[in-house]
Design a protein around this ligand. Sequence first.
Ligand code: ADP
Ligand code: ASP
Ligand code: MG
Length: 461
Amino acid sequence: MKFGGTSVGMTTGLSQVLSIVLYEHERWTNLILVVSALEGVTDALIEAAHLAQLNNQRGYRRIVATLRTRHLALIEHLPLGSTEKTALQTDLDRLLYDLLGTCQTVAEHHDDALRPEVADKIVHVGERLAARIVAALLRQNNLRGVAIDATDLIITNNAYGNAIPDLALTRERIATHLLPLLQRGIIPVVTGYISSSVTGKPTTLGRGGSDYTASVLGVGSDAREVWVWTDVDGLMTADPREIDDARVIPTLSYDEAAELAYFGARILHPRMIHPLREQSIPLRVRNVYTPQQPGTLVRDKLASMLPAIRAVTSIQGLGMSTSHNGPLAPLAQTVDSMLADLTGSHTDVTITSQSSSHSFICFVIPTMAGPDALHSLQVALNQDEDLSAGWNTRPVQVVTVIGTRLGEIHTLTANVLLALEGIPLLALSQAPSHCSVSLVVETQYGETALTRIHNLILKNG
Ligand code: ADP
Ligand code: ASP
Ligand code: MG
């Protein structure tokens, strides 16, 4: 079971976490918990790393002091006995003291580029703090909670900031470090998001990576199910922060959930579905504040799933057009490596269309790349003499419709296109899995397109 930053950030969320664990502990033979940093803490740590790189000592010290106050205030408000509380405070102070030391080393060498593994070492602290708090809360309530650093468990490649786990090595680590704890009746509280490379350097799994941690641990421990507890009632027809009347979807196939996450629904990490699908481990997404709700079940596709449009999502993209025709692969490679240098994320998806005299290529900017990624990429492209001469660049919105058997029932896609009457489409692409169609529109039409498609989902549902 994974609890996100939205669940562990406040005492109300933590008391829900506790009652859920107390209840589920009675129902299952073994439980593994994954927790991410308190909401906003990873952003603050990333900022601290940048300030250290600029040798802004006052700046990063202020951030560390604020983090200390916030965590200590949370502990203060938790129903913990004095022994547990004192031990926890000492633990947190040690972690924050080490963090200051790392920031100071970065600041002393600020003429060198910030090494990505050092940046990852800095952000690791958020997850470590949260896991210790949750483990202490469990112990206080007679559960055998032990905080475990996932750096000993999840072994990845060297793609700092957005690493990919080696499932075979990770499975071995789980067998030696985690399963024996379960046999002793311990509930491991594992840090989300963080991992280490084969050579032991700190890595992270990309923003929102605790979901991925849960999926990898589920697969590596042959779990019966993986549950993601968050602040909404399940996977919904649209992001409820963008569309007021979004509704929970009771069941989705792995393919559909993967497309939803991939094309911008922040609720799940885009790469987390693949390992679960390989082993047919069901995923449940539930609301920590309304545990009486069943949430969403993600599982293998069933023949009984009727053809329908089920969800719509939208994500930023960068559209590039030119008035001549030529090979697009070199451009895609250049843009992808620029984005990877700037943010540590790859574009992965490109949508292209070409005629005899015009070319259009759209790069989907992953949410994991962070809010400034699009702007930074545009600045970098404008500085590149070869590209800025021939290509016109502009921000666009990629609106993706997720549905069941879209490839078989073409009227579904036709209805979407009819709903978008009057909105110029820059490009359209159907996923090979036949469960999503992406439409590229000018940014100014993004919201209208999203709303109209969502109305269609409600009308048909
Ligand atoms: P956590 O801290 O639990 O990981 P996140 O903020 O990462 O939480 O993800 C939960 C958020 O995802 C929700 O609050 C919601 O705004 C957003 N979201 C985006 N798309 C969807 C969707 N289709 N269904 C549900 N939630 C979505
Ligand atoms: N704390 C990490 C982040 O903010 C991981 C997560 O939230 O899942 O990206
Ligand atoms: Mg998340």
